[in-house]
Every structure is written in structure tokens, then in C-alpha cells.
Design a protein around this ligand. Structure first.
Ligand code: ADP
Ligand code: UDP
Length: 257
């Protein structure tokens, strides 16, 4: 059915690999089972995680596209791969927070679980060697990563995405605590359009079960707190994306290990 095939490996990431394909304006994102934390100091392979993140991200990206957010997403090719538009990634992690947790709690001594009056947007330089330092808007513009207009556009997209995803998750009994986004420029276009890229999955969101604030995301791995795969499956199930095909592949994985 899908005759689009991987050609060369163009980027080997921590959780995904990026491959070229016949169309030079497109790339294939391959979702791996590798899971890392603390700037890759902690690493593990969680069988089936890539397949779960693939379908979760597909669902969230297509939902966002439907409300008018431009994204790189074209289609899911199979259990592990997505066909996406090739972008030049802006080397900034855009973090949006609704509730205090993780680094913001540590940095400012805020109690975990404190709800913010308004969402907070933060910027981090995407550079593992430097430990992803926090940036201000002035840094982004002075260093030439975005223009002022582009930054305003991205910040608006980020807040729109947050509003939409917060509601979507709340409807399935999940609090969207915080998450990270990446944006890129379509490199074939003369107008350099900015689109949402990468993935949105429990690897880059904090998701708490509404009833008891239990983590349903990568914090389980970061803090060695519980079964990350079960939690990711729970999220996929509640989003209604755990198809028969994904489920049976996950059971196969279980049987072979
Ligand atoms: P990391 O780079 O932190 O190890 P991943 O394992 O998720 O992260 O690798 C995926 C890489 O692909 C990321 O660096 C991301 O910025 C990049 N990427 C995501 N979407 C696209 C795209 N549409 N075009 C080109 N690169 C992309
Ligand atoms: N995040 C991410 N990649 C990163 C850093 C953070 O996806 O390199 C996500 C993380 O999963 C969380 C949010 O961004 O949902 C905020 O992370 P934080 O700054 O609290 O850092 P952490 O405590 O996760 O290291």
C-alpha cells in the first residue's frame, strides 16, 4: 500500500531516526524504543514504545492540523514510520507549562502541582553538549534563530496548541502539566513557512491522571517510578488510537521477551 521507502539515514536521534526518501522535500521519521533522560545519561530500550508514540503523535498532529496549526505531518506509513515534510529545525525547545513540575520547580523552588494563572512559555537552546541552557526571547533574536515576527508567531502557535491539547486531554481524564515543542522552516519554499515539527507524545509531555495525579509520561522513567509502557498504552487507549494492529504487535513483543 505504501511504496515510500527509507533511503539514507540523515540523522540518528536519541528516540527517532530521520531518513531521506525519494522526494527530497520529505523525510521519514522512524520511532525507536530507545528512551533517555538526563541528557542521555540514563538510557533504556522499552519494547514497543516507538509504536505507541508513533500513533499518539499522529493523532495529536492531525488534530492540530485540523484546527489550523501548520505541521510537518503528512501520514503514518506503518507502525514505526511517519512521512513528514523536511524542515530546517529551529534549534530551540519551546516548553509550555500549565502546572509546576520538573525543572521549573527545581529552579524556582515551586511546589510541584502549583497551577499557573496563565501558561508559561520558556525557551531552551537545543544543544546536548551545553546541556540545553534556558534562553530569553532576546537570545533567540540576537543569535538569529528567529526574527521577532517569527517568535511572535511561534509563541502564538504554542499557546493555541496548549489550549487545544489541554482540553483534549482533560476530556479523557488527563492533566496536561507541561510539554515541549519543536518548530522548523520548510526549506523548499521561498517564503520559509514555519511549521510544527518533531513529535508530541508522553516522551515530551508531562501527563497526570486527573484522579490521583499519577504520572502517565516519561517521568516514570526519569524517576524510576513505574511501568512506563503501561502508562503510554493507557494514554494511547484513552486517545482511542490503540488499534488492533498496534495492540497485537505489542503483545508479540511481550511474548518474545
Ligand atoms: P534528539 O535530536 O534530541 O536525539 P530525536 O531522537 O527525537 O531527538 O530525533 C529526531 C530529530 O529529528 C530531532 O533532532 C528533531 O529536531 C528532528 N526533526 C523532527 N522533525 C523533523 C523534520 N520534519 N525535518 C527534519 N528534522 C526533523
Ligand atoms: N522536555 C523534552 N525534552 C527536553 C527537555 C524537556 O521533551 O530535552 C519536556 C519534558 O518532557 C517536559 C517539559 O519539556 O514535559 C519540561 O521539561 P523540564 O524543563 O521540566 O525538564 P525535565 O525536568 O523534564 O528535565
Amino acid at each position: 500500500m505504501n511504496n515510500i521507502e527509507r533511503k539514507d539515514l540523515i540523522y540518528k536521534g536519541k528516540a527517532k531516526d530521520i531518513f531521506s526518501c525519494e522526494d527530497e522535500n520529505l523525510v521519514i521519521q522512524y520511532f525507536k524504543d530507545d528512551t533517555t533522560a538526563n541528557n542521555a545519561q540514563k538510557h533504556s530500550v522499552i519494547l514497543g514504545k516507538g509504536e505507541i508514540n508513533n500513533v499518539i503523535s499522529e493523532k495529536l498532529m492531525t488534530s492540530l492540523q485540523n484546527i489550523g496549526i501548520p505541521t510537518h505531518f503528512i501520514k503514518r506509513l506503518n507502525l514505526r514510520e511517519q512521512l513528514v515534510k523536511k524542515v530546517e529545525i529551529i534549534p530551540v525547545e519551546f516548553v509550555i507549562r500549565n502546572i509546576a513540575a520538573g525543572s521549573i520547580s527545581k529552579k524556582f523552588g515551586l511546589p510541584v502541582g502549583k497551577e499557573f494563572k496563565k501558561p508559561i512559555v520558556e525557551y531552551y537552546f537545543k544543544n546536548d553538549d551545553l546541556g540545553d541552557p534556558m534562553m530569553s526571547e532576546n537570545h533567540l533574536i540576537e543569535f538569529g534563530y528567529t526574527s521577532e515576527e517569527e517568535l511572535e508567531l511561534i509563541t502564538n502557535y504554542s499557546l493555541q496548541i496548549n489550549k487545544y491539547l489541554k482540553d483534549l486531554f482533560l476530556k479523557i481524564g488527563i492533566k496536561l502539566v507541561d510539554f515541549k515543542l519543536e518548530f522548523g522552516r520548510l526549506n523548499s519554499q521561498e517564503k520559509n513557512e514555519i511549521v510544527l515539527a518533531d513529535e508530541i507524545s508522553p516522551d515530551n509531555c508531562r501527563l497526570w491522571n486527573e484522579q490521583d495525579n499519577a504520572s502517565l509520561d516519561k517521568d516514570l522513567f526519569r524517576q524510576s517510578k513505574g511501568d512506563i509502557k503501561e502508562a503510554y498504552i493507557e494514554v494511547a487507549n484513552r486517545l482511542g488510537v490503540l488499534t488492533q494492529k498496534v495492540s497485537s504487535k505489542l503483545s508479540e513483543n511481550k511474548l518474545s521477551h
